[in-house]
Design a protein around this ligand. Structure first.
Ligand SMILES: Cc1cc2nc3c(=O)[nH]c(=O)nc-3n(C[C@H](O)[C@H](O)[C@H](O)COP(=O)(O)O)c2cc1C
Length: 374
């Protein structure tokens, strides 16, 4: 059979939720919320369009659990009752089209931007001013860590009450939770630093509180990026595997590995025949539900990723131009390829500011003078 990704269903056995196919809208930040984190009509419409377009699951843009850790202008938040109402609409629209709706919960950590947040950037340990962190990074206090865990749990509860199907904890890409995991960045001497167990305690505590305080039908996923990327270093791939296996024992529903390119070789084993995905799959506990993102643009790529061990495939850039990615594939129709024109993105519901933001991502948007942010 071909078209596993778009035609074959998937059951989350532990939470008793079904997906009509294995295709997931990857979390995509697009700066379409308001300065106070309230969800805009554009954002709600964009997610509904992807549900209508056939995706079996939608993951929202990285959503702030606290105004202390926002990384982008127009980043959504899930903190207040008004914001919860926006998520209730996202959940309702998804259900109407038979899709599951997951909110990605996020704190920016070192990558917090002070101009959009109520505080300076924080990390497990102080980080000196350099060209990447011109404002410097302050060490987070123990009281703030406890508050932050409460913030994640609070947002998860709001999501559950809003009818969302679950949360994805963002522990990837050098944001706060991955800063804690990272032995280079986490130099703490207290119970939040040092050993593997201590460095990942914040993630374990968030997951265990959400699992205990919200009924079991609520999906918990965790997103990891198992290799270094950009200028960031210190990510230990063996520990990322250990983290995934430990989280699985805590009764989560899926691990989301963001690989940048699902077909690449592992950085630490470039001479190997196997891909990074195959290597990861061989190290993970076999019962882990594995979602994979990275350069999955068409059905051939998606089915290949499934044949290499993924259960679910997350589609990012390809969905930005093709919110009907699943329906187009199943109808045997062609997909629109990158770079996308500003006109196409506008007709897909993106605002001028969203298109300006996306124009900064290499190869995503056709360059011209009208799609830069003003
Ligand atoms: C415009 C844009 C926004 C993104 N926003 C997020 C985000 O909010 N949270 C996240 O974990 N990843 C985010 N990503 C990463 C994607 O989820 C995905 O992992 C990555 O783009 C690789 O998949 P792709 O090749 O299918 O795009 C973003 C990527 C793009 C291009």
């Amino acid at each position: 059979m071909t078209h596993f990704a778009t035609r074959q269903g998937f059951n989350f056995n532990k939470s008793s939720k079904q997906m009509k196919n294995r295709s997931v809208l990857a979390p995509l930040t697009h700066n379409m919320s308001f300065d106070n984190g309230d969800i805009s009509e554009n954002e709600i419409a964009w997610l509904a369009k992807n549900a209508e377009g056939g995706f079996g699951m939608l993951i929202t843009a990285a959503t702030a659990v606290s105004m202390t850790g926002r990384s982008w202008k127009g980043q959504p938040a899930l903190i207040t009752d008004a914001q919860q109402q926006g998520f209730a609409r996202i959940a309702k629209n998804a259900k109407q089209h038979g899709a599951l709706a997951i909110v990605q919960l996020h704190h920016g950590g070192m990558r917090t931007k002070q101009e959009f947040s109520s505080d300076v950037a924080v990390a497990p340990s102080r980080y000196a001013i350099d060209e990447h962190y011109p404002e410097g990074v302050r060490e987070i206090s123990t009281a703030e860590i406890v508050n932050l865990i409460n913030d994640f749990v609070h947002s998860a509860k709001l999501a559950y009450e809003a009818g969302m199907d679950g949360v994805e904890i963002h522990a990837a890409f050098n944001f706060l939770l991955s800063n804690f995991s990272n032995p280079e960045l986490n130099q703490r001497q207290d119970k939040w630093g040092g050993s593997f167990e201590n460095r990942n305690r914040i993630i374990f505590d968030i997951v265990s509180r959400i699992r205990t305080e919200i009924p079991r039908d609520f999906i918990i996923g965790v997103r990891l990026s198992p290799e270094n990327y950009a200028h960031f270093t210190g990510v230990d791939i063996q520990e990322q595997i250990q983290l995934a296996n430990s989280l699985n024992k805590m009764d989560i529903d899926y691990i989301h590995m963001s690989l940048y390119d699902s077909f690449k070789k592992p950085n630490h084993l470039l001479d190997e025949e196997q891909t990074l995905l195959q290597w990861i799959k061989s190290k993970l506990d076999p019962e882990i539900v594995l979602m994979v993102a990275g350069n999955i643009s068409n059905i051939t790529a998606a089915d290949r990723v499934i044949s290499q061990g993924a259960d679910l495939v997350a589609i990012g850039k390809a969905a930005i131009g093709n919110p009907d990615w699943v329906n187009q594939i199943n109808a045997g129709k062609p997909l629109i390829e990158m770079p996308y024109t500003a006109e196409l993105l506008s007709s897909n519901g993106f605002t001028h500011s969203a298109i300006g933001y996306m124009a900064g991502i290499t190869g995503l948007v056709v360059k011209n003078e009208t799609n830069t942010v003003r």
